[in-house]
Design a protein around this ligand. Structure first.
Ligand code: M7G
Length: 335
């Protein structure tokens, strides 16, 4: 068992210290991480918006289907997600001091509202880019009606498994992480055991600038465990390692104890290589609803009781109206 680089002193780096270091790195022209340098090369200004796939006033996010013209004039599809990030407590004083304008909107007795304008470095928007994006990416982010499915063990074997096997949603990004070909500098912890080991890394959805929306994923080294359905008592050592060592690494690096984390698996996942989500308990993360999230502690307890629990039991999940898997369930007369 080992913690990967960065070394321990750097492991204990707070988000504030990290932000300051990254700002400094930026000034010196050093890329803060592979992910950020790659996104930096995306030609955002040249992208035309084809469609708003989804937007949420509550989450302050917008999902765009964009197109970037190539030299030959063909448009290449992209998904761009813009998200206003939570406030960082430690930068509030700076924000109040450095604001460029406070414009009065209305005033009534002791009540007033304003528009506060900030300098660019305090007004960043988290931007996630999928480029080039496939049709499946575009569909994934498009808002549609959803239906709840009750999948029995038999349904899994007869409908879902053949469907998953016929699909080719690439998990190359997972192998890139495991083989240190991408995001190697972002790894928070690794247990390198090929059977019971995993890599713990910040999720694509988390910019690491504040802890309120902390989000990491543990990706197991072992290949071929597609999802919760494949888990048996044989995988208990792996699952216990992820639970225990994942929490230890998070408290060491970010100071958040295991009792303040929601640790769970998705069923269905988007990517069929076993991974576990670690999010801040107070954060209402996308996909943590009861019809999708299965607490890792429950999964471990269920497998301790019965090795074949997840092979046998019906599992509920939601499918969007346009999803081909819903069509397969409809054709089989199961919806
Ligand atoms: P999932 O349960 O398969 O599906 O989780 P979901 O995306 O519908 O939640 C996969 C998780 O991996 C998600 O939380 C993604 O945000 C995250 N993720 C996806 N990609 C492509 C990457 C990536 O390239 N790097 C990292 N670090 N995380 C990713």
């Amino acid at each position: 068992m080992r913690a990967t680089s960065p070394p321990d002193e750097e492991m204990a780096e707070s988000p504030t210290a990290k932000r300051k270091r990254e700002e400094k790195d930026g000034e010196n022209g050093t890329a803060a991480s592979q992910g950020e340098s790659a996104a930096g090369s995306f030609p955002l200004a040249e992208m035309s918006v084809r469609k708003v796939l989804r937007e949420s006033a509550r989450d302050k996010t917008i999902f765009l289907h964009g197109q970037v013209n190539s030299a030959s004039g063909d448009g290449t599809d992209a998904v761009v997600i813009l998200e206003k990030t939570p406030f960082q407590e430690d930068s509030i004083a700076e924000l109040l001091k450095k604001h460029t304008q406070l414009q009065l909107q209305m005033s009534n007795d002791i009540y007033s509202t304003y528009h506060l304008y900030l300098p660019p470095e305090l007004n960043g928007i988290k931007t996630t880019v999928v480029y080039p994006a496939t049709e499946k990416h575009l569909q994934k982010y498009l808002r549609r009606e959803v239906y709840l499915i009750q999948e029995t063990g038999e349904d899994y074997k007869n409908i879902t498994l053949p469907f998953i096997q016929s699909q080719s949603f690439s998990i190359q990004w997972v192998y890139n992480i495991l083989e240190k070909k991408a995001e190697a500098d972002r790894i928070v912890y690794e247990n390198p055991d090929p059977a019971d080991g995993f890599v713990l890394i910040p999720d694509l959805k988390w910019n690491q600038k504040q802890l309120d929306d902390l989000y990491l994923i543990a990706i197991c080294h072992c290949r071929g465990i597609k999802s919760l359905r494949d888990l048996t008592a044989e995988h208990l050592p792996l699952l216990r390692n992820i639970s225990q060592e994942g929490k230890e690494a998070i408290v060491k690096r970010f100071g958040i104890a295991g009792t303040r984390l929601r640790v769970y698996l998705h069923y269905q996942p988007s990517y069929y290589h076993l991974h576990v989500h670690f999010t801040a308990l107070s954060y209402d993360a996308p996909g943590c609803s009861v019809e999708r999230a299965h607490l890792l502690s429950d999964v471990i307890s269920n497998l301790e009781l019965d090795s074949w629990y997840y092979e046998k039991r019906p599992l509920a999940f939601a499918l969007r109206a346009d999803e081909p898997l819903l069509k397969k369930f409809q054709e089989a007369g199961r919806v």
